[in-house]
Design a protein around this ligand. Sequence first.
Ligand SMILES: Nc1ncnc2c1ncn2[C@@H]1O[C@H](COP(=O)(O)OP(=O)(O)OP(=O)(O)O)[C@@H](O)[C@H]1O
Ligand SMILES: [Mg+2]
Length: 328
Amino acid sequence: MEQLLEVKGLKTYFFTEEGVAKSVDGIDFALDKGKTLGIVGESGCGKSVTSLSVMRLVAEPVGKIVSGEIRFGGEDLLAKSEKDMQAIRGNRISMIFQEPMTSLNPVFTVGNQINEVLKLHQGMTTQQATLKSIEMLRLVGIPLPEKRVHEYPHQLSGGMRQRVMIAMALACNPALLIADEPTTALDVTIQAQILELMKDLKDRLGTAIMLITHDLGVVAEVADEVMVMYAGKVVEHGEVSAVFANPLHPYTLGLLASIPDIHEEVERLETIEGLVPNVYAMPSGCRFAPRCKHAMEKCTQHQPALTESKGHKVRCFLHSDAVEEDAQ
Ligand SMILES: Nc1ncnc2c1ncn2[C@@H]1O[C@H](COP(=O)(O)OP(=O)(O)OP(=O)(O)O)[C@@H](O)[C@H]1O
Ligand SMILES: [Mg+2]
């Protein structure tokens, strides 16, 4: 399988008045052509910062990629100029952002906005771009695309706007699509349709997808691999089948226990007690230790390493005694 993206030792920090937020603190992953990686974790764990780092869109100068490597199609993205990145973004790597309403421009028709991407990256004329935009809207399941192409974002429903975002992101047939919570704001039936659509596109066009979500149910549905993040670190990572068959990290187990099961009537879903640590004052040992039922003394003193166990990787002293070498 052809490796498309490789991220090694990525650290992205924010240097603010309150202190240094180690939002992404040494993560590694790789993604092959045509595969989907699900990235999950609670709000603030660093999912969006990870994707913005790959796009080289971290808000500088407050935010900075302080170390690590990001290789895409064999090229070092961190060595690229901003001009080179502009040629890559929206073209070979594209992103569906967390808030569709803020990412579509209200004063232009949706057709105009998709056309812009096609003219910029593919050198199409307006006429060619309009035909392609209609084709893309049809591909993402928008009825009457010849009419919709001339409409403004506010004339479309939330689900339709999300489809427009996907159409725009896929217009140039990117090798990598980064979808940051693409379905969170949508109701469940539309959510299912959009996920189905992404699966279909991956199969038909061979697009590799980084799918960011806080929902493990969505991951089980569409991803090949899953990476569970907690407070800027990866705590569990592997093939979806391996992780779901043998979830090992207490945090992953907590997330799984909080998925509603439609076949069972439960009084109350389990939640993980406690709060995510303050990003400016991370605990010195395992970052999950303050909330963990199984925490031992060494968990509060040392950072466990990410090690192999039961066919995937986990960062927990319950499964290995190895200590992280690069601890802060
Ligand atoms: N521009 C910024 N300035 C300062 N801190 C930031 C900035 N952007 C992100 N952070 C911090 O980085 C951490 C990770 O943020 P990120 O947006 O990646 O979270 P997330 O996992 O995407 O959460 P959510 O599920 O809410 O989208 C958070 O603690 C956040 O406060
Ligand atoms: Mg986010």
